[in-house]
Ligand binder design. Structure first.
Ligand code: GLY
Length: 365
């Protein structure tokens, strides 16, 4: 039977939207080449519309709406699967050096932000580097353990909900005729898949499949640290919130692992961690939080953010009547998963256009 919706991609947008569509009654098939390639696995999991310093406008609004959905969305995943999603509303501290420019004004009533220095900063976070002159505190920003928990919970929820998920199936071509997708061709013994509606959510690989959605890769290198075996606890450790610095963010997990991210490189799909990348992460992390110098390196990895020319996602309709788009989330994919799923499900199943959709249409690019 032809499914209601066929989703191309195995990352967060694909999986979150698959679940939302299925829970609203649609039959859904997902085609994913290798879900571990998705930016979902690369990211550090910050939910940081405020700490990211987004300018007021549709993108900030989209991000704030998604952050507000996170508690209920992750609670739903947890109740569907019995798995911990790794959501932690821990707040984000953005330390500043003497030469750090201030972030855009974010004093909206529902978006508290506080400047901390001296004793107040010491109480919030002891042990920051000697060059830190103060910090902005964003108590409503948060994090989720995307790699170890969120993606697993989402995958389990999807399977339980009855989404048909083909892993290791790469879409090679989207066939179209008279303004509609007619089928997608895959590497699965050249098998053709068809559906009533299609959603392209292939992250950094989206542009290679569909010219009207020009999404390209922006590489990020990351690493994880853990306390050295037998080391004495240092002042201020373990961290109780995310530290968002210059060219670095330090994301403590509840079990003591510390994730460091991320470089931002225009190197196409060049794989691997480089000496320069690891050097940047360690230098900036230790400048911000000197205690990390004694930590052990647990892991290094990299991934590809899906980027557009204006660094905004492409959401909703496409030039083809039965194809929708959810890609290009760039630095904010983990954050934007729940709102993307909601907006795309409204669009695909009910033809309901969220008031923010025009700001993220494909034809602006
Ligand atoms: N969300 C931060 C990054 O993409 O590096």
């Amino acid at each position: 039977m032809v499914p209601d919706v066929l989703i191309i991609g195995g990352g967060l947008m694909a999986l979150a939207t698959a679940l939302e569509l299925r829970l609203r009654g649609a039959s859904v098939t997902v085609l994913s080449r290798d879900r571990r390639e998705a930016a979902a696995y690369a990211a550090a999991g910050m939910l940081a519309p405020q700490a990211e310093g987004l300018e007021p406008g549709p993108m900030l609004e989209l991000c704030l709406r998604s952050r507000a959905l996170y508690p209920d969305w992750t609670a739903k995943l947890e109740s569907l699967t019995g798995l911990d999603s790794g959501y932690w509303p821990c707040g984000i501290l953005r330390p500043a050096f003497a030469d750090t420019p201030p972030p855009p004004e974010l004093q909206q009533s529902d978006c508290p932000v506080e400047w901390l220095e001296g004793e107040a900063l010491e109480q919030r976070q002891a042990g920051l580097g000697a060059e830190v002159v103060g910090a902005w505190w964003f108590p409503n920003d948060a994090q989720v353990d995307n790699r170890r928990q969120l993606v697993s919970a989402l995958a389990a929820a999807i399977e339980q909900a009855g989404v048909t998920w083909h892993e290791e199936v790469e879409v090679l071509k989207i066939h179209q005729c008279q303004g509609e997708v007619t089928a997608v061709e895959t590497n699965d013994q050249a098998k053709i898949y068809q559906a009533k509606h299609y959603l392209l959510a292939a992250g950094a690989w989206t542009g290679g499949l569909f010219d009207a959605a020009p999404v390209t890769p922006r590489k990020g290198q990351l690493m994880a640290l853990r306390p050295g075996v037998g080391a004495e606890p240092e002042v201020g450790m373990p961290l109780g919130q995310v530290l968002f610095g210059d060219r670095i963010y330090i994301v403590p997990r509840r079990d003591g692992l510390i994730v460091l991210g991320a470089t931002s490189e225009h190197v196409a799909f060049q794989p691997g961690n480089t000496a320069a990348g690891v050097h940047q992460l360690l230098t900036e992390a230790i400048r911000l939080c000197p205690a990390l110098a004694s930590y052990e390196i647990a892991e290094t990895w990299w991934g590809f953010r899906p980027e557009t020319a204006d660094e905004l996602p492409i959401l909703g309709p496409s030039p083809l009547a039965n194809l929708s788009l959810a890609s290009g989330h760039y630095r904010n994919g983990v954050l934007l998963a729940p709102i993307t799923a909601q907006i795309l499900a409204d669009w695909i199943l009910e033809g309901k256009a969220d008031p923010l959709l025009p700001a993220f249409q494909w034809d602006r690019l």
